[in-house]
Design a protein around this ligand. Structure first.
Ligand SMILES: [Mn+2]
Length: 196
């Protein structure tokens, strides 16, 4: 099988991002975004999804965390789309209900090529570290739209904002790992239309 690895470099007046994603990795990471909690989340994503992930972000943190988090989501989505390629023999769907202490997160993915985000989570603090909680939805909106992913994220339970956000990133990782797995029984792509 071809290597399912993608590197994306993106530079704007607000951020400069270099990201490499290997869907068939082992969870090795090298991550530096300038936002400690985003580094923690991307590490959790890669470790639990068993993806290799290298991310270097130089963002306008003197403004706030917005551009850095949103643009990292855009680039991660672009890397996912590039790495899955034609989606040949790929499972396409993935889902999990993931517990993290008191928190319970549902995440369901269809790598359909049609972007759609349904996001339902309630945060009770404005920030965790230097990560604004309102940016969690923005991050996953960017991922879903730039990768062509139908993505549902739903908080079923949770009190601690760190747990809720980390549960979301971990659930996303597990669901994406499942959706991107290769099943040799799928001869072409898993669609009655013949393409995804
Ligand atoms: Mn944590």
């Amino acid at each position: 099988m071809e290597e399912r690895v993608a590197t994306i470099c993106r530079t704007t007046k607000e951020t400069k991002i270099e990201l490499t994603l290997n869907l068939d990795g082992t969870g090795m990471t090298q991550i530096s975004t300038g936002i400690g909690f985003l580094d923690h989340m991307l590490n959790s994503f890669a470790r639990h999804g068993l993806f290799d992930l290298t991310v270097k972000v130089d963002g306008d943190l003197e403004v706030d965390c917005h551009h850095t988090i949103e643009d990292t989501g855009i680039v991660l989505g672009q890397a996912i789309a590039k790495a899955v390629g034609e989606k040949k023999s790929m499972q396409r769907y993935g889902s999990i209900i993931l517990p993290m202490d008191e928190t319970l997160i549902l995440c369901a993915i269809d790598l359909s090529g049609r972007p759609y985000l349904v996001f339902n989570a309630n945060f009770t603090t404005d920030r965790v570290g230097n990560y604004d909680t309102e940016m969690v939805k923005e991050f996953f909106y960017a991922v879903s739209y730039s990768s062509g992913m139908n993505l549902h994220i739903r908080q079923l339970a949770g009190e601690n904002n760190h747990h809720i956000i980390e549960g979301i990133y971990k659930a996303f990782a597990k669901a994406l790992d499942q959706a991107t797995r290769i099943d040799s029984r799928i001869v072409d792509v898993l669609s009655t239309k013949g393409s995804l």
